[in-house]
Design a protein around this ligand. Sequence first.
Ligand code: FAD
Length: 117
Amino acid sequence: HLGNETIKAELGRASWKLLHTTLSRYPVSPTPDEREALNTYLHLFARLYPCGECAGHFQKLLKKFPPQTSSRDAASQWGCYVHNLVNERLGKKEFECRLVMEHYKCGCAEEDGKDAK
Ligand code: FAD
């Protein structure tokens, strides 16, 4: 159980960053094994998320809106959509999901080629 709102917010920002960046690097054309891996990863992420209240809400969201694992684009848009649902519940601004791909880069130059940042 984390002590205060500042720490909870910082954990949230770090977690969303990892989540969106992971989805932005997910394969364009995933294999069945990769799709299974992402689905498992997201369900375990929701289950083990350190803020218990957040984890409970997020697990319900996953039930209602199952992770989209068919492509990089589908997964990234799904991530943006569910983050916006959390934003809405917390009274935060909606993020424009068409910007999500260019917003999250991994800095992994070799795979990114010219897109690396
Ligand atoms: P954040 O929401 O942390 O976003 C960080 C940055 O991501 C934004 O500045 C913006 O650049 C970008 N961004 C915003 N929306 C999107 C989007 N839709 N797609 C892509 N990028 C986007 N806090 C609670 O108090 N109660 C909760 O129940 C709760 N549940 C959470 C569940 C999960 C799974 C996670 C990861 C976090 C949760 N949090 C919760 C934390 C909360 O979502 C925020 O991370 C925290 O309040 C800090 O908010 P922020 O305004 O800095 O922006």
